[in-house]
Write a protein that binds this ligand. Sequence first.
Ligand code: UDX
Length: 437
Amino acid sequence: MNITIIGCGYVGLVTAAGLAEFGHLVTAVDIDRIKIDLLNKGKIPIYEAGLKEIVKSNLAENRLVFTADQKKGIKNAQVIFIAVGTPPQKDGSADLSQVKAVAKEIAKNLDDYKVIVNKSTVPVGTGRLVQAIISENAVSGSDFDVVSNPEFLREGTALKDFLQPDRIVIGTQSLRGKTVMKAVYQKLERDKVPFVFTNLETAELIKYGSNAFLATKIAYINELARLCEKVNADVTIVAKGMGLDSRIGPKFLNVGPGYGGSCFPKDTKALVEIARPTGERLSIVEAVVAANESQKKLMFQKIKQAVGSLKGKTIAVLGLAFKADTDDIRESPAIPIVKRLLNAKAVVKVNDPKALTEAEKIFGNLVKYHDDIYETLEGTDAVVILTEWDIYRKLDLVKVKSLMNTPTLIDLRNIFTPNELRKVGFLYEGVGRGAIE
Ligand code: UDX
């Protein structure tokens, strides 16, 4: 099939590469010409495991092409995926201006029947809005269907999530639209991936419902961790014991400094805003948003408690990305925590295997950047682990201790066991680890 993806951001790129890998002829469009030139040379502006290889091979086999010519992209396609940004506005609701602009452009170039697929995470009702914009702006009698097909891609494993998803959600009441979407994902139907066919609004809400639920799981275990510290319980074991119940499941019960990234913070706030005008209050999601904010503050308090006065102290921060295996620091809890350290007049040395370039855009010369982990630790009064990168788990702890002024380790991702660290002579602080084995 001839498929066009509009928007070569994170979701658009992975979708384009994945659909080309399924054997479709894919045109990926972006207004940023510099980005398009780089992509056509096989250079990828983001770090995502396996993406570069798959883009290169599909470029070489002519199944994938990048262009800044939106009009051409629209005209050639049987199916058009909208994968442009929907950034949060000041009140937390999603800014739909890019989606609306693309819908108008599609309308102007609609010649024969096309299926327009909303891939961007958009508020409930946006599918209908896109339908209305296209109807208003297209030549009367133009034939098209709008479909909602939300993505559930995790950064770091996005390609795998695209090629082997848990489910495919298709929102459309048009039989023709449904048939086209089945053809788009024929490979996955053959692989027995479950499909959920529903209307536009339900599909749109499945996306928000899923992300807010996962965020709730995290906020819940983080809250339980605070209680664990007070009652001499170990949250990692509590989570293990809970997770063995198949109704609960073990995933997304890892405590940490609060969830971050481009989705959970944005989508939880957007869901609250979606509900507001309907008169329904999503008090649980509101509480999750608030609990995640407090978590970041509490984690800073934890550092302060372990170190004492931070003024003039040198603190090593290991990990800035919002999670491991990505260079993304959007909404990373590391950002407010480092800012608070700086406000408290600490000297901050930072390390991250992938995110230093992004971090520099935020912290400029306010912190010291180190590619080498051990160099980061030299002469420090405490080390704070903020991202669960594997290389941190493999640190030579005796060497770490010898490099530091005082061996204080605040492990905000619980990557170590308290006893292991205490044996080496560290003052160790994890999250929710009241019990000493
Ligand atoms: C998420 C969803 O998982 C994905 O389905 C959706 O399409 C986009 O949003 P992503 O943002 O890549 O994906 O990250 P994810 O792996 O879900 O983690 C989000 C945040 O939660 C990270 O900050 C992570 O560190 C945190 N987290 C996750 C925890 O603190 N504990 C956990 O147990 C799991």
